[in-house]
Design a protein around this ligand. Structure first.
Ligand code: UTP
Ligand code: MN
Length: 541
């Protein structure tokens, strides 16, 4: 490796066994490796068996060692000695304890500590390094299109780490050795800092295949495998999909909707518009069950001004009142002409199904709430709502669960079983009838849908998810449905690996014992997880 000469390594004698230390130093000398006998500004790599940063500083007799030295475990050195050359460390050889990234060589004040799990870091919506983030996310997306899940995740993780940095990267050394920023990502970052762009990323962006994949992916109901098939069949645009009648038999109903209402569904929903939709739903709910609490979750709660759908969580301060609510709501919305299409899931939120999650993949976001995933018809004249009222409901709910409602909730929980059984039959019949009714609504053919979407209509099609949550599970559901996806993934992995507990949108479970930890606020969810609280707006990994 030509970089060989750029390695100036200092090996700290503290903590390591004396004999081992001496043998390693001697071996390095014999192999002509540049291992120096004292720490100085020239040192690029610091090797140590110490595992606390304060101890390293003490050993170096320097406070705030404000230099961009990479700190490595002695395993790295052992490997290099074996190989006879210094080579780039692999992730497990990098010590994660150090504030590795420094604002600049001279300031030394502004440091970023990159913690191992994304759920331990603050990740704001706006990155200080947008070009690098976008490049890494392009690489991740491209890997996803090629079914390479490992690469997708590796680039996504690197992007997440960069997003969490609170300074603009000016020098590649500032990010060398950072957790989860691998060799490939480093090369891309280096190219962007030094050349202004990465050829690899530019090539992807300019690749027509990538463009088409992105365009087809953005159609409701279409995944990468379908998109690939179409491209292979020389289909390039949405219009092609409509004109090529030979393809139509392979479309399912969701795709037909996605294609017909492409324009509506791919117009970003603003937060004010999403809040107005939430309000509209709330007004209908008042007729069925007064006192329900609705919260707009998803990207909007993380501070996004616009998004692709409205994710709405629905609960009632009295546990059990929410049972059977969803079919009633959908029935009413449908009667008001507000439903274009949707799928409704009901009746799976019970301990048996939750226990079955035990064997599910660690980071899976599957949950068992009653939910409706669909498309609403929203009047073009619906007035936008101001953002302020979204969290008021939440505060109300937190206060409720702290005061008299918690007693109600407990009562509700005890009596729930009986009332649940009593109402179950009715609910199931009603749910079945509503499902049938909704299904007959969506019997429209592709031609009819195309005609409907192209005529001068007074409404727009909007993607809406309604998730019905028992109040006892509400704050876990809120964390889950606020996201983002990568934040959740990290929370769930952390929880399993560090605490040995299973985190889902239903709760935090010890599945072996069959117990769970209740939470009356998001803060309590983080407390239960033994994590520092991260604001929703800092969950944009
Ligand atoms: P979205 O896919 O709506 O993402 O899921 P988003 O962040 O709001 O992005 P835009 O702005 O709409 O494009 C919202 C959250 O709900 C979780 C996701 O993991 C994400 O964190 N979710 C989504 C689930 O838990 N289960 C699902 O079935 C779908
Ligand atoms: Mn969303």
């Amino acid at each position: 490796m030509s970089e060989q000469t750029s390695y100036v390594v200092y090996f700290l004698p503290q903590k390591i066994q004396k004999r081992r230390y001496e043998v390693m130093i001697a071996s390095a000398k014999k192999k002509g490796l540049n291992l120096v006998s004292s720490f100085s500004d020239r040192v690029t790599h610091l090797v140590t068996d110490l595992d606390k940063w304060e101890n390293i500083e003490k050993a170096l007799q320097e406070k705030n060692t404000n230099r961009d030295v990479t700190v490595l475990k002695s395993e790295w050195l052992s490997r290099c000695l074996k190989e006879g050359k210094f080579s780039d460390p692999i992730n497990s050889e990098v010590l994660q304890i150090r504030p590795v990234a420094l604002e600049s060589q001279d300031s030394g004040k502004k440091e970023a500590i990159v913690k191992e799990y994304a759920c331990m870091r603050k990740t704001p919506l706006k990155s200080k390094n947008p070009d690098i983030v976008s490049a890494l996310e392009t690489l991740s997306e491209n890997a996803f299109f090629h079914d390479d899940e490992a690469r997708r995740l590796a680039f996504q993780k690197a992007a997440g780490v960069i997003k969490s940095l609170n300074f603009k990267i000016k020098n590649i050394n500032q990010v060398k050795g950072l957790h989860d920023v691998g060799k490939h990502s480093l090369e891309v970052i280096k190219d962007i800092i030094e050349e202004g762009s990465s050829i690899e990323v530019e090539n992807i962006i300019n690749d027509p295949w990538f463009h088409q994949m992105k365009a087809f992916q953005s159609i409701y109901g279409v995944g990468p495998s379908k998109a690939k098939k179409w491209i292979a069949q020389n289909v390039f645009t949405i219009d092609d999909l409509i004109e090529r009648t030979d393809l139509h038999s392979s479309f399912d109903h969701r795709m037909e909707l996605g294609i017909s209402f492409y324009k509506d569904l791919n117009t970003q929903v603003t937060k004010q518009h999403a809040l107005a939709i939430k309000n509209l739903i709330q007004q209908h709910l008042e007729e069925i069950l007064p006192g329900c609490i609705l919260v707009l979750a998803g990207g909007f709660r993380r501070g996004k001004a616009s998004g692709h759908d409205a994710d709405i969580l629905l609960t009632h301060p009295i546990e059990g009142k929410e049972i059977g609510l969803l079919p009633k709501l959908l029935n009413l919305l449908s009667d008001s002409g507000l439903v274009l299409h949707g799928t409704m899931e009901t009746g799976h939120n019970n301990p048996q199904t939750i226990m079955k999650d035990k064997g599910k993949p660690l980071a899976s976001n599957v949950d068992h709430f009653d939910k409706w995933i669909g498309i609403m018809k929203i009047d073009k004249n619906l007035k936008d709502l101001d953002s302020s009222d979204n969290e008021n409901d939440l505060i109300q709910l937190e206060q409720n669960s702290l005061t008299e409602t918690s007693i109600e909730t407990k009562k509700g929980r005890l009596s729930k079983k009986r009332s649940f059984v009593q109402t179950l039959d009715n609910n199931e019949d009603f749910a079945r009838d509503t499902k049938k009714k909704l299904a007959s609504n969506s019997k429209m053919s592709f031609e009819q849908l195309l005609a409907l979407s192209s005529k001068d209509k007074q409404w727009v099609a909007r993607r809406v998810d309604i998730i019905v949550v028992p109040v006892s599970q509400f704050f876990y559901a809120l964390v889950g449905w606020t996201g983002n996806k990568w934040f959740n993934r990290s929370l769930r992995l952390y929880s399993q690996r560090v605490l040995g507990l299973k985190l889902t949108s239903h709760g935090l479970f010890d599945l072996n014992r069959g117990t769970s930890l209740p939470a009356n606020s998001e803060h309590q969810v983080f407390d239960n997880l033994k994590l520092e609280y991260i604001e929703p707006t800092d969950r944009n990994c």
